[in-house]
Design a protein around this ligand. Structure first.
Ligand SMILES: N[C@@H](CCC(=O)N[C@@H](CSS)C(=O)NCC(=O)O)C(=O)O
Ligand SMILES: [Fe+2]
Length: 263
C-alpha cells in the first residue's frame, strides 16, 4: 500500500494528507484528503456514509483540517450518503456529485472538471456503466501533485472486480468502455481506491487490475456474459438509499439519532 499519510509535491507547494476510512455494514470506503501545506488545510471527503459521519468529522477536527467538500462518486444503492448530514453539521461545506447523476447537490461536476483543495486538485473522469452518473476522481497530474496518482473509482473498478450493472441505468458495455478508456489508460502505478471491498483488500493499482481483474481483463463479449450472470441479490438498503441519495442524503436530522459534533 502506498504511504500517503503525507506526501509532498516536488515543489513543496502542496502536501497531501490521506486517510482511508471504512464503514463495515456496507463495506464502504470513505477517503479524506487535505492539503496540509496550505494555511487553512482545506480538506474533502469522498463517499462519506451517514453512519460514520461523526467519526469522520472528529478526525477532521483532530487533524485541524477545514472541510470544504463532501463528494460522491455516484448515487449509492447500498447506504445513505453522509453528505446531507455533514452539510447540516459543518456550515460552509459544499456537496458535490456529477451532473449526469441527476441528484441534488451544491456543485455538479462534469468530465474534465477540476476540484481544487489548497494547491491540490482532483480531476473528474466520467465513468458511467455501474450507474449513469458514475465518475472517478483522480489526483492531479502536475509537478506539485502527488505521484503516483490515485484514482477514486467508486464502484466502476473494485479490486479484482467491478460494480454490478443491473440497476440505476447500468450498462455492462458502457462500464467496460469507461474503465478501459478512462481508468486503465492511467499510468500503471496509479493507485486504485474503490468505494467498496468485500474481501478485505484496501488498494490496488492500474497495472495490477490490468493483469489480474477477473472480469475487466476479458474481451467485451465475455465481460457482458459475466455481468449478466452475476445473480447478485439487490442491496438490502436500495429502496431507502437511492431516494435519499437523490437528494444528497438525509436532510432532516431529527429523523436520526446523531450527536452534534463536539466543540
Ligand atoms: N450485499 C450488499 C450489496 C452488494 C452489492 O451489490 N454491491 C455493489 C456495490 S454497492 S451499489 C456491487 O456492484 N457489487 C459488485 C459485486 O460483484 O459484488 C448489500 O446488500 O448492501
Ligand atoms: Fe454503487
Amino acid at each position: 500500500m502506498g504511504d500517503y499519510s503525507t506526501v509532498s509535491g516536488s515543489a513543496a507547494t502542496s502536501k497531501l494528507l490521506f486517510r482511508q476510512l471504512f464503514e463495515k455494514d456496507s463495506s464502504t470506503y470513505t477517503y479524506l484528503l487535505a492539503d496540509v501545506n496550505h494555511p487553512q488545510k482545506p480538506a474533502l471527503l469522498v463517499d462519506p456514509v451517514d453512519k460514520t459521519v461523526d467519526r469522520d468529522l472528529s478526525l477532521v477536527k483532530e487533524l485541524g483540517l477545514t472541510l470544504i467538500y463532501a463528494i460522491n462518486t455516484h448515487v449509492h444503492a447500498d447506504h445513505v450518503t453522509g453528505t446531507g448530514i455533514i452539510k447540516n453539521k459543518v456550515p460552509g461545506v459544499k456537496s458535490v456529485i456529477s451532473k449526469a447523476s441527476s441528484s441534488k447537490a451544491d456543485i455538479f461536476v462534469e468530465h474534465g472538471d477540476k476540484i481544487h483543495f489548497g494547491n491540490l486538485f482532483l480531476e473528474v473522469r466520467a465513468t458511467p456503466g455501474h450507474t449513469v452518473g458514475c465518475v472517478t476522481y483522480v489526483t492531479g497530474d502536475g509537478h506539485d501533485q502527488p505521484q503516483p496518482r490515485m484514482a477514486f473509482t467508486g464502484d466502476a473498478v473494485l479490486i479484482r472486480g467491478c460494480g454490478r450493472t443491473d440497476f440505476q441505468g447500468g450498462s455492462s458495455l458502457q462500464l467496460y468502455n469507461s474503465v478501459h478508456s478512462q481508468i486503465f489508460t492511467l499510468p500503471k502505478e496509479t493507485f486504485i481506491y474503490p468505494a467498496h471491498d468485500y474481501k478485505g483488500f484496501t488498494v490496488s493499482t492500474v497495472g495490477e487490475e490490468l493483469l489480474f481483474n477477473p472480469r475487466l481483463t476479458k474481451d467485451e463479449v465475455t465481460f457482458n456474459n459475466i455481468m449478466e450472470n452475476l445473480n447478485l441479490p439487490y442491496p438490502k438498503m436500495i429502496d431507502i438509499a437511492v431516494p435519499a441519495n437523490m437528494v444528497c442524503g438525509l436532510q432532516d436530522l431529527t429523523k436520526r439519532s446523531s450527536e452534534p459534533l463536539a466543540s
